[in-house]
Design a protein around this ligand. Structure first.
Ligand SMILES: C[S@@+](CC[C@H](N)C(=O)[O-])C[C@H]1O[C@@H](n2cnc3c(N)ncnc32)[C@H](O)[C@@H]1O
Length: 255
């Protein structure tokens, strides 16, 4: 079941200061993810791009190195406040729902060459509406990349958390159908990256509920979960496969 938007908002306002401490812990991983994104977005100088649910701009930064403009969209003021100052960034405080209803209209709507939505689509109140909204942002020939987690994740979490992820899972095949119905050409691919994290660090992040998935557990459940992880992974370092699904869509050259 999707989390209530107020809970999601509170989660990111609370987490903003520590967001990159965990999610950007490995520069090698961030570079790898940037390569995966750029292989699909194929940014060119002069391109107008947007990062929807940009957070602290972890991936928008690299987009800005290749594009003329990056519209950085996020409903969390505290996350947007973490964006570095870059002349090509255009920060916009909005949710996907604000774009869908027309409450907020982005600069270059319908004229964007590239749109990224990484680790955000699971927060949309209605995923098909959100995807149609993203598709409508694109210029003819524009590219959209939606990054999500697969059903089977290898993250060192406790069983109840894994189950909650599976219950809220968004099937890329469903996303592909919606985008195909919008007239886009769609390709879904999965890539993996081997992550290695000191167990002490990982347990501290989990205790801090660094994933929005974890914010739905109360203190007792989380304490139990932490003990489960501690027992399951006895060594000082935890290694696992980070798996990511890239739903990559392209608008027809001329509509
Ligand atoms: C897991 S973070 C991902 C941030 C960034 N894309 C990254 O990969 O580093 C999710 C981001 O989506 C934003 N968000 C939450 N609900 C949203 C919504 N309905 N529409 C757009 N963004 C949303 C949050 O504020 C947060 O910054």
């Amino acid at each position: 079941m999707p989390q209530h938007p107020d809970d999601v908002a509170a989660h990111y306002e609370r987490l903003a200061d520590d967001f990159e401490e965990s999610w950007a812990h490995s520069p090698a991983f961030v570079s790898w993810m940037n390569r995966c994104i750029h292989a699909r977005l194929r940014l060119r100088p002069g391109d107008r791009a947007a990062d929807i649910g940009c957070g602290s701009g972890l991936y928008a930064r690299s987009m800005a190195e290749h594009a003329l403009t990056v519209v950085c969209v996020d409903p969390s003021a505290k996350m947007l406040a973490k964006l570095p100052t870059m002349t090509s960034f255009v920060p916009v405080r909005a949710s996907i729902e604000d774009l869908a209803t027309g409450a907020v209209r982005l600069p270059h709507t319908g004229q964007l060459d590239a749109v990224l939505a990484k680790d955000v689509i699971h927060h949309a109140r209605d995923v098909p509406t959100a995807l149609r909204t993203l598709a409508a942002l694109l210029a003819p020939g524009g590219r959209l990349v939606v990054v999500t987690w697969p059903l089977r994740i290898d993250y060192p979490l406790f069983d109840k958390a894994v189950k909650r992820h599976e219950q809220a899972y968004i099937d890329p095949a469903d996303m592909a159908r919606v985008l195909t119905d919008c007239g886009l050409t769609v390709e879904v691919t999965c890539q993996t990256y081997r992550l290695s994290i000191a167990k002490e660090k990982w347990l501290a992040w989990v205790a801090n509920r660094f994933m929005s998935l974890l914010s739905s557990f109360d203190d007792d459940e989380l304490g139990e979960g932490l003990r489960e992880i501690d027992t399951r992974y006895p060594g000082p370092v935890i290694e696992f496969e980070g798996r990511f699904v890239f739903t990559h869509a392209q608008a027809p050259a001329h509509s």
